[in-house]
Design a protein around this ligand. Sequence first.
Ligand code: MLT
Length: 244
Amino acid sequence: MTALLFVHAFPLDGSMWELQVAALREEVDTVLAPSLPGFGGTPVPAGQPSLDDYADALAGSLDAAKAERAVVVGLSMGGYVAFAFWRRHRARVAGLLLADTRAEADDEPARERRAKLADLVRERGTRALLLQPPPWVRDGSEQWGRVRQIVGRQPAEAIAQASLAMAARQDARELLAGIDVPVAVVVGSDDRITPPQMSRTMTDGIREATLTVVPRAGHLANLDAPDDFGRAVRDLVRRVGGQG
Ligand code: MLT
């Protein structure tokens, strides 16, 4: 059985996919949007997890749902985890939707910023992130209230761990040419964190990739433009189905 597996962004949880899950459940039997370890009320890992550990947790979610393979939809950090999932469990990947994400690893300044963010939340708690809309919320977006609520529920330690796990992630560019399942790359036209140019480069590197630039959407394109996003997921599910 092929499932649809949504992987959330940082520092949110599986509930960011609420609309997509509700819409796609009518068409796909198994739709999963698990929260990564430590997020969404799941136990916070005892040590420092890696993105590989997150990927293995996703494999566990598929096992629990008795799903052998999945179309994996990862947004931003979820995309980084989708690459780790491809590295470790590629036989279970039927298709990939890479949204508002990038294949490049962090450079040194980015790693330092992530270490500082981990220190900040460990010292001052999750509320330190709630004072003003971050750059990953589109300017003027109505989503900040909802995003703020989701972020506010996450334990500071899970956020710190995820920040450091992202900093330590491997570069995924060397994977691109070997990805041989249908891929959809989706990006908000106003994404300031992973701007459309990064998605163009990623699309060019993958054999069977399409690119959708979603108008009037920022880094959280599924929240800013749920209909367009849902269409892109449906198109990919059809492409994957057409191969079977
Ligand atoms: C995310 O939305 O998951 C993060 O912005 C990813 C990142 O910081 O690179």
